[in-house]
Design a protein around this ligand. Structure first.
Ligand SMILES: [Mg+2]
Length: 436
């Protein structure tokens, strides 16, 4: 019998504000210790100040697991998740939101890491090898049964069972589709935008995202620079043919002549009406979707924006600030979004992510995880693989965010192949691993 005996917490910060960013990308990092060699590494992400506050909250959550038998925790990860979240005193500073929730994410991620490495599998492989019953049992199901019942989830997963092996083999060979955000940050010079866009096209990417919202004329100018490059076949890497803009993978994405797709991200700047007007003003650059157009908690606001933009063929995406599964549930129920951008560290770990993946599959909403920051790319490839192989069964319409930043600090960094797709993690000791 292996017991959790304690934990170590590290406040890890990268001084990214010194090189032009406003943020200091940071990680509140926890190591769960046992009375054996087994350990579990987990983290949550912050953008600087307050990382120490998250570390204090992690201590409070991790305390609940000390003294517990690991196999008993692993045997029902949904029940374990409920237990972690049920501290009667901590609930007042949540429940299930804010600092206490992202701290719970770090601890739940660490526990899943420990579970995966105890079975000598990368996290995604541990979960896709589960039976449908085990997946349902591992998810955080409280408060969502009005959107999806356990029976419905089980039926969906059973339907996908037969194709799992084939999908796993396919994604191991091809990699998982990705997109880049790095080219289109606000504040870059036009020359830098053009240079980074050409570089991304040469790396095989065909979905590109830029930041908008500070100044419409400026947004249009930068977007036209990006479009002029991604729509021009001369920049495609040697041997790569243009993609068919009318193919199923690109349906509804406003792809240009080479099959390239442009997305725009406003980071919550507008009120609802303002968002609709502003984005209609960007219509000529043909974005697939507008990401985070308004306050992340405003579910009906997102629904109104989606309705306002639908006649113009522009979708709505959000999720990096959607702080729990109930927010996603309502976004789905209100038909407020086309794309769900789950965050591996804002949701409270893998168990809560599983419940959002199940709901998204039921409502037919694409899951394209958020992954800027530090450590998020390393996490989300596991989640997208679970979504493709075991839950939704599709990947060619999905794209997983990739930002080429700070990966060198990880023992098992994520990587991208020549077609601009994430490689599948295969190291049996990797777990859901995040060792800096
Ligand atoms: Mg964003």
């Amino acid at each position: 019998m292996v017991k959790i005996t304690g934990y170590k917490i590290n406040d890890v910060r990268f001084p990214t504000s010194l090189t032009g960013d406003e943020c200091d990308y940071s990680s509140a990092y926890v190591t769960l210790l046992t009375d054996s060699d087994l350990v579990g590494y987990g983290m949550t992400f912050t953008i600087g100040r307050g990382n120490d506050i998250v570390c204090i909250a992690i201590k409070e959550v991790a305390n609940r697991l000390v003294g517990k038998d690991t196999e008993e925790l692993f045997s029902n990860m949904g029940k374990t998740w409920d237990f972690m979240m049920a501290d009667p005193q901590l609930r007042w500073i949540g429940p299930e939101k804010g600092v206490i929730h992202i701290a719970s994410g770090a601890v739940n991620n660490a526990l899943w890491d420990m579970y995966a490495r105890s079975r000598k599998k990368p996290l995604w492989k541990l979960v896709v090898d589960f039976t449908p019953e085990e997946i349902v049992q591992s998810a955080a199901f409280r408060y969502i049964s009005d959107a999806i019942t356990k029976e419905e989830a089980l039926a969906m997963l059973k339907e996908k069972e037969a194709g799992k092996k084939e999908r796993e083999a396919k994604v191991r060979e091809l990699g998982y589709p990705a997109y880049v955000t790095s080219a289109g940050w606000l504040g870059y010079t036009d020359e830098k935008v053009a240079h980074l866009t050409k570089e991304a096209v040469a790396q095989g990417f065909n979905h590109f995202k830029m930041k908008v919202g500070a100044d419409q004329a400026n947004d249009l100018r930068r977007a036209k620079i990006i479009r002029s490059i991604i729509d021009d076949p001369q920049y495609l890497p040697a041997g790569i043919a243009p993609r068919d803009p009318k193919s199923e993978a690109l349906r509804g994405k406003n792809a240009g002549p080479t099959g390239s797709v442009l997305m725009i991200d406003a980071n919550q700047v507008w009120d609802v009406k303002q968002a609709i007007d502003y984005v209609i003003g960007l219509k000529e650059i043909k974005p697939w979707f507008i990401e985070e157009p308004t306050a992340p908690d405003d579910i009906l606001g997102h629904a109104a924006i989606r309705k306002g933009l639908q006649p113009h063929g522009i979708g709505v995406a959000t999720g990096e600030h959607a702080h729990n599964r109930m927010v996603f549930k309502q976004l789905f129920q209100a038909e407020a979004i086309d794309v769900a951008q789950i965050d591996s560290c804002r949701l409270a770990g893998v168990s809560e992510v599983l419940s959002v993946l199940l709901m998204a599959a039921k409502f037919g909403v694409l899951v394209c995880p958020h992954a800027g920051g530090v450590g998020l790319c390393e996490y989300v490839i596991h989640l997208s693989l679970i979504d493709y192989i075991a839950v939704s069964g599709t990947m060619e319409r999905n794209v997983l965010e990739f930002v080429d930043h700070l990966h060198e600090h990880f023992v098992t960094p994520c990587s991208i192949n020549a077609q601009g797709r994430y490689n599948v993690p295969t190291n049996p000791d990797e777990g859901y691993r995040h060792v800096f």
